[in-house]
Write a protein that binds this ligand. Structure first.
Ligand SMILES: C[S@@+](CC[C@H](N)C(=O)[O-])C[C@H]1O[C@@H](n2cnc3c(N)ncnc32)[C@H](O)[C@@H]1O
Length: 475
């Protein structure tokens, strides 16, 4: 019987495979508790070669693990791989990461064999030569891990530039082609940042880092620095509303889809940051489509605070829609934050008032006289009033000649940016379209990042940012 080592040390080959998730580990622990440990933990040269998860599950189950020595010939790393590939359902991409991790181990084993064979003379050396070492290292590792060498080469190149992407491939979250695409996009972002700093074509204020990147925001949000975004102001594609122009999301999938991109954003948003989503559901079969309602609830369930529902009032909205209903003249601006205490500057553009300090009226049983009927009281002051929750922005003020079917007015973006961010903050629009948010952000001396899938709209957005050059006003 092999006794338990005094200290558990893992052989590097044992660490090649991802750990089991919490749920799977618990299942294994339950099984061990019910049926005992059926596969002993395997030791090689005093180290655990195979059985890391079994050890963890034994601990969870309160069962004493049993051990045996590895009795195989040849490469222990190769043996671990083949054992685990049989047990686990790993994708070709995950196996490519394992093959990549295997490369230094194979090299070490090859050197050890060479040393051994030198001690035995030339003849011995020949007999010890391992056929699995023939050919390029990546091809050998790929064959052992049953994946393809191109993927292994790709993992090698990604891990040199963006090792965090490899962790996501290892866990099964990304495939190798996904990681390659993300790496390319990260390079694009870095390039855009450098170009923007150099060119100053889109620069209005000092410290400018603005750029519009062409790509899917699901890929690009993760490239942002953590806690770097102060405000996200965006108007996502509505459910199946503009199918002729860009891809809509089905009503059924809309809540889950929104939760996913908002989740990506969470770590990127500052603790006092806000996310403003401009949206209004369409009328369907005589009733309001319920996907926005479901989306709001899904976001709240996912941990977001919905601070308020703000209104964008369009006094000049065209008389579209059913003639049996009032003209639709507003859209919602849904306001979410992480902490419930987001930054606001409520007097950033408010109107003058001679009734600041107003505490209430008799109508509500507050105060000693109605300030409404008595005129100004001595304790009321002049100043700028808090802005209301209705933001008036006529659609007729949209910049002319913008080739995009769903722009919102710059004046709406300007008002919201002033209230919900400070100068020098980073404003993001991850469904940037023609870059309206960016144009307003630059004008107000904020940094801007926009993500947009359509090359055509990216061009429009970049042109608008460039046109804002020189118009930045510190307010
Ligand atoms: C409602 S429009 C935004 C219009 C923008 N507010 C403006 O004023 O121009 C939504 C935009 O999101 C883009 N889009 C759709 N899915 C996307 C995604 N996954 N990542 C980035 N952009 C996306 C569409 O191409 C479209 O231009």
């Amino acid at each position: 019987m092999v006794t338990k080592p005094k200290k558990i040390v893992y052989h590097p080959a044992c660490l090649l495979f991802p750990k089991l998730g919490e749920e799977e580990l618990q299942q294994l622990a339950d099984d061990i508790k019910a049926n005992g440990l059926r596969n002993k933990v395997v030791l090689f040269e005093g180290k655990v070669l195979d059985g890391r998860n079994r050890l963890a599950a034994c601990k969870l189950a309160g069962v004493e693990p049993t051990f045996k020595k590895w009795q195989g010939n040849g490469s222990p790393a190769e043996w671990v791989i083949s054992e685990n590939l049989i047990r686990r359902h790993l994708s070709a991409s995950q196996r490519a990461v394992i093959a990549h991790d295997l490369l230094p181990l194979l090299e070490r084993e090859a050197k050890a064999r060479q040393r051994l064979s030198r001690g035995r003379g030339k003849k011995g050396a020949k007999s010890q030569a391992d056929p699995s070492q023939v050919g390029k290292a990546a091809a050998v590792a790929a064959r052992i891990a049953r994946t393809n060498a191109t993927y292994v080469e790709a993992v090698k190149s990604i891990s040199a530039q963006a090792p965090e992407l490899i962790s996501r491939v290892r866990s099964g979250e990304l495939t190798v082609p996904d990681a390659q695409r993300l790496q390319r996009q990260q390079e694009e972002v870095a390039k855009a940042k450098r170009a923007s700093r150099k060119r100053k074509a889109y620069a209005v204020c000092e410290g400018d880092v603005d750029s519009v990147v062409c790509g899917d925001c699901f890929d690009l949000i993760p490239t942002l620095d953590d806690l770097s975004v102060n405000l996200t102001l965006t108007s996502p594609p509505y459910a199946q509303q503009r199918n002729g122009h860009y891809k809509g999301i089905s009503e059924a999938k809309y809540p889950e889809w929104t939760v996913r991109w908002m989740r990506l954003l969470r770590d990127k948003l500052t603790d006092d940051g806000s996310v403003l989503i401009v949206i209004r559901p369409h009328i369907k079969d005589g009733g309001i489509a319920d996907y926005v309602l479901r989306t709001r609830l899904a976001l709240r369930e996912d941990g977001w605070k919905e601070c308020e529902e703000l209104i964008w009032l369009k006094p000049d909205a065209p008389p579209l829609g059913s003639t049996r209903r009032p003209r639709r003249t507003w859209e919602s601006v849904l306001w979410f934050s992480k902490t419930g205490k987001p930054y606001t500057n409520l007097t950033a553009f408010g109107k003058s008032s001679n009734r600041l300090g107003f505490a209430g009226s008799l109508r509500y049983g507050v105060g000693n006289g109605s300030p409404i009927s008595n005129g100004q009281r001595v304790d009321l002051k002049n100043g700028i009033a808090r802005c209301p929750d209705v933001f008036v922005a006529p659609v007729g003020t949209n910049d002319k000649g913008i080739q995009h079917p769903a722009v919102f007015p710059v004046s709406l973006a300007e008002q919201l940016i002033q209230v919900f961010s400070r100068q020098g903050d980073l404003v993001l629009d991850n469904f940037c379209g023609s870059g309206t948010t960016g144009a307003a952000a630059k004008k107000l001396c904020r940094d801007f990042r926009g993500f947009e899938t359509s090359k055509r709209y990216v061009k429009v957005a970049l042109r608008r940012l460039a046109e804002t050059n020189g118009q930045g006003v510190k307010v």
